[in-house]
Design a binder for this molecule. Sequence first.
Ligand code: CP
Ligand code: NVA
Length: 304
Amino acid sequence: MPKHLLRVSDLSAAELSRLVEASIAFKAAPGRASELLRGSSVTMYFSKPSTRTRISFQTAVHRLGGLPILCGPNELQLGRGETIEDSARVISRMSRAFVIRTFADSDVEAFARAATIPVINALTDGHHPCQAVADLMTLRERFGSLEGRTLTYVGAGNNVTHSLVEACALAGMNVRVATPSSLPASAEVIAQAKGLGGSGEIVVTNDVRAAVAGSDCVYTDTWLSMGDPPEEREERLRVLDAYRVTSALMALAKPTAVFMHCLPAHRGEEVTDEVADSRASVIFDQAENRLHTSLAILELLVGQ
Ligand code: CP
Ligand code: NVA
């Protein structure tokens, strides 16, 4: 069975740490050529929009000497009813890896069960593991080490929250999740992350100010994800108003704290321009690091 990356907890703590270090090495040597994918292709299927994930993986496959084949939902026979399993078997005969962004986690799991090549989750409703690897890399660059640092996620519980919780747990970090009671992170994901055996603490709360106090990192994401019903938007804006990351909220974190966002940002909603463009903000480092981590993820999974 190939190793897949469907969620962060598919990795061991050692593999996650190795990915972060390999990503830093790729960043330090941008011209480093690799023949890993020479003569091969990586098929990428995106049924939701993407800027960072799509461009980083396409560029990474190219840098590793391969051909990225990008497909939308109307371009594969999958969209006309060919089964996930048959599609997985066919693509496995031709490509070295499959990168998929879609809605249901169960579809990606079904694909992975039938595939004989590594499957990489490029975002589902439940998880965004590639983003969390780039986030740990960004924190490692900024702080030198991860263990014992405290990341506070503020906003609506979602795919990014879940992957961050798992990544922080594996890295020995403390993670605080501050969401309204009506928009929580998955209790199942939180319980599983507590079982990963990391040395850090996981705290779930509605008290955003107490959560941010003394944090090394304040992280937020859109209040309405691509997989959420658009008709919830008005109610979410109302419920989440107190969870906007403002300069006043950032002032409660450590003076050395960073602001993080996976992007795209909805400026004025989950974060103010003042914070997004502040000296504390590392949002564009996170974005750039998606490229370096895509290289490392492909190397780890395809090179296994
Ligand atoms: N952060 C992230 O995954 O961005 P895209 O949706 O642009 O890929
Ligand atoms: N939670 C967001 C992340 C976008 C990168 C979404 O799923 O839309």
